[in-house]
Design a protein around this ligand. Structure first.
Ligand code: SD4
Length: 291
């Protein structure tokens, strides 16, 4: 049973392409990379790849990751500038024996040496958002943009191999050099082909406190279904944060196991996600937080 699940409506076109590839026998790695690249390349998505919103210095810094669920190999980039497809750079890094997580100038040097496409990722539209935001908040403290979306995906292919990947421009108006949860193993993503995988979107600073993606995979390993694992991990951690800190940041998680069964949980109102499996046509769902 093959399948792919992804955060947010914006992933629909990508997972539709991935489903066709999986049907034709493609590997989960190729399918997921294609699906994430489709989101990165679409300039009207304001939070991933080209057209992503910039940091407070008006520079687009991107985070991305790729994980191979068979070998547990991980490749990640943080705060990389001026390269078109961070997910592909992350995937290349996952094949290196060491130096699997590179940030900033080091990541850019690696991308350059390995022939990745250089591109100015700041669009005119993103500049307008930036200037409007600066105007709006003149004297106010800039806060992270609340509607910000990361693409995170988990995929299983016909051979029951699994992969996970993420890509994001992080929080709008983040500080230069800030890296979120998306390229952090166990936080923004995790996958183990013997069990399943998970990926997160939301306030990275909080997702990282709970290693929520790993927690979901751990619960699935204990025998929970993807839905049970998502419910337990997200509800528990949301409660834990509220108990200790009085509040919890946005957190939405998707998961799929190696049989193509999937689950999702959120602590926000209106989290959309996209799924396609051998049996299900590519579909977008919307879930609400159920307190
Ligand atoms: C981050 N988790 O950089 C990302 C942002 C995100 O929905 O997913 N927003 O913290």
């Amino acid at each position: 049973m093959f399948g792919i699940i992804a955060t947010w409506r914006m992933a629909l076109e990508g997972i539709t392409e991935a489903k066709e590839m999986l049907k034709d026998g493609a590997s989960c790695g190729d399918a997921i990379e294609t699906a994430v690249r489709a989101v990165e390349d679409f300039e009207f998505y304001k939070s991933v790849g080209y057209g992503g919103l910039p940091n407070e210095e008006m520079e687009v810094e991107l985070d991305a990751a790729f994980m191979d669920g068979d070998t547990l190999d991980i490749g990640c980039v943080g705060a990389i500038k001026d390269y078109a497809n961070p997910v592909s750079i992350a995937r290349a890094l996952s094949k290196e024996p060491v130096n699997n997580f590179l940030v900033g100038a080091g990541a850019e040097k690696y991308a350059h040496r390995n022939g990745f496409e250089r591109k100015n990722m700041l669009t005119e539209r993103a500049k307008i958002h930036y200037h409007n935001r600066v105007k709006e908040s003149k004297d106010l403290e800039l806060k992270p943009y609340s509607g910000h979306d990361t693409v995170g995906m988990v995929c299983v292919d016909q051979g029951a191999h699994m992969s996970a990947a993420t890509s994001t421009s992080g929080l709008f108006m983040k500080r230069a050099g800030r890296v979120g949860d998306s390229p952090i193993s166990g936080s923004g993503f995790y996958v183990d082909s013997e069990v399943g995988g998970a990926s997160a979107t939301g306030l990275g600073e909080d997702v990282m406190k709970g290693c929520v993606s790993y927690e979901i995979v751990r619960l699935m390993k204990e025998g929970k279904t993807p839905q049970e694992a998502c419910d337990i991990a997200v509800t528990n951690f949301d409660k834990e944060l509220k108990k200790r800190r009085g509040k919890a940041g946005d957190m939405s998680l998707i998961a799929m196991n190696n049989k193509g069964e999937w689950g999702v949980a959120t602590n926000i109102q209106g989290f959309s996600f996209a799924v396609a499996t051998e049996k299900e046509e590519p579909t977008v769902y919307l879930v609400q937080f159920d307190e």
